[in-house]
Each structure stands twice: as structure tokens, then as C-alpha cells.
Design a protein around this ligand. Structure first.
Ligand code: SAH
Length: 219
């Protein structure tokens, strides 16, 4: 099976079959060439039902997890989205397909640079990348209609909540280092509500409002 065929199969078997039915989102997953975002060494596994290493000790999430997080933002197309943890840029591309503008912050300059390369090559003009501590958000462009954090944090970083619009939605993995809960946060009429979606395991958000930077030396 070639990559295009594998991608169609990924959408049907891993996403639609598990209850994700938003056709706009499924179309985005059919369009974005996931295999171009992962290192060559794991390219043949790009459409498998699991996370993969992307270098620098980081991982690209399983397609279903990317889809679950995306779907909880309920994107219509007019939103300005903040993403924390660009990684290889795959989730960024999915967001760029579904929203108006995407602002994405990555702590590791080397990953941010690689992400920029592929996102530019694929022609995404509505993606804006920055290298730095995303636990501080990206105050220059706030407020954001939606915020997606793809690294785990002990609690919601206050700057991210401050930069979230009203109404606005955020999705992020919250909990201890080894296992977290994916949480959906809704703000409407100044009221903030949280809903637990599922258990999950993400790499840590390292920064001022995440885990201390030297935690990676402890594992
Ligand atoms: N969505 C990414 C997932 C990458 S893993 C993808 O599809 O590839 C999570 C990423 O969060 C890692 O690249 C890690 O370097 C990054 N990260 C960790 N702490 C961060 C912080 N404080 N600010 C921004 N990015 C951070």
C-alpha cells in the first residue's frame, strides 16, 4: 500500500471507526502527509496506530490522539489557535487546515526549525512558529479562540488561560509525569468549565509554568 492509501485507511480504521465523525477534520487527516513529518527512519510506520519518535527525545502523538484533541476544539474555520509543543509540526498542519491562523510555540529550536521547513514546503501560509517557553503562551497575538497543548503539565499554566478568548476552548494533558488525563477546558460568559476526556501519556511541558527544566535529567 502506498502512503496515500495508508492514510485513507488510517482515517477509516483509527479515527472514524472509533467515533470521530467530523468530516472537515477527517478530510484534513486525509490531506496532511504524516510521513513527511517524521524522521526517515520511521517513515514506513508513519500511519500506524501509535506514537513515534521524532528526535530530541520527543514523540509525535498517535493519530487518534491528535484527532481527539483537535475534535475537542470544535474548529469551524474562523479561529485563531495557539499550539504549545510544535514538535514535528504534524498537529500544527492539521490545525492549519481547520482554522484561520495557527500560532505554535516549541521549546526546542531544532524541532521548531525542522517544523518550519516542512510546513513551508507544504505551503501553509497561516502558520506562525516561535521557539521558546510555551508555558508562557504567546502574548503578542492573544486572545486565542482555541489553545492546544501537546505536552503534559501538573496544572493549567495560568498564562494560557489568560490568553484564551471568551468564548474559548483549550485541550491539554494534566497530571503527574507518568500518566495524565486529557482535559477539555471551556470558557463561556467568564465561566471556566473542565471536562475529562481520557487517560493519556505525554512528554512533559518543561518551563516556568510546567515542569522544572532539569526534570529530564531525573528520568
Ligand atoms: N504536536 C507534536 C507533539 C510533540 S511532543 C507533534 O505532532 O509532533 C511535545 C513537544 O512539546 C516536544 O516537541 C517538546 O519539545 C515540546 N515542549 C516541551 N515543553 C515545552 C514548552 N515549555 N514550550 C513549548 N514546547 C514545549
Amino acid at each position: 500500500m502506498n502512503f496515500d492509501e495508508q492514510r485513507v485507511q488510517m482515517v477509516e480504521q483509527q479515527l472514524r471507526a472509533r467515533g470521530l465523525r467530523d468530516e472537515r477534520m477527517l478530510a484534513a487527516f486525509r490531506r496532511v502527509p504524516r510521513h513527511l513529518f517524521v524522521p526517515e527512519m520511521v517513515q514506513l510506520q508513519a500511519y500506524e496506530d501509535r506514537p513515534l519518535p521524532i528526535g530530541e527525545g520527543q514523540t509525535i502523538s498517535q493519530p487518534y490522539m491528535v484527532a481527539l484533541m483537535t475534535s475537542s476544539l470544535c474548529l469551524q474555520g474562523h479561529e485563531r489557535v495557539l499550539e504549545i509543543g510544535t514538535g514535528c509540526g504534524y498537529q500544527t498542519a492539521i490545525l492549519a487546515e481547520m482554522a484561520l491562523e495557527v500560532y505554535s510555540v516549541e521549546r526546542l529550536a531544532i524541532l521548531s526549525g525542522k517544523g518550519r521547513e516542512i510546513l513551508e514546503r507544504l505551503g501553509y501560509l497561516n502558520v506562525h512558529l516561535s521557539a521558546g517557553d510555551g508555558s508562557l503562551g504567546w502574548p503578542d497575538h492573544e486572545p486565542y479562540d482555541a489553545v492546544l497543548v501537546s505536552a503534559s503539565t501538573p496544572r493549567i499554566p495560568p498564562p494560557l488561560l489568560e490568553q484564551l478568548a471568551d468564548p474559548g476552548r483549550m485541550v491539554l494533558p494534566i497530571g503527574p509525569r507518568d500518566s495524565q488525563t486529557l482535559v477539555e477546558v471551556h470558557r463561556r460568559n467568564r465561566v471556566v468549565r473542565q471536562k475529562e476526556i481520557t487517560r493519556c501519556v505525554f512528554v512533559p511541558l518543561l518551563g516556568q509554568y510546567g515542569w522544572p527544566e532539569d526534570i529530564s535529567n531525573l528520568t
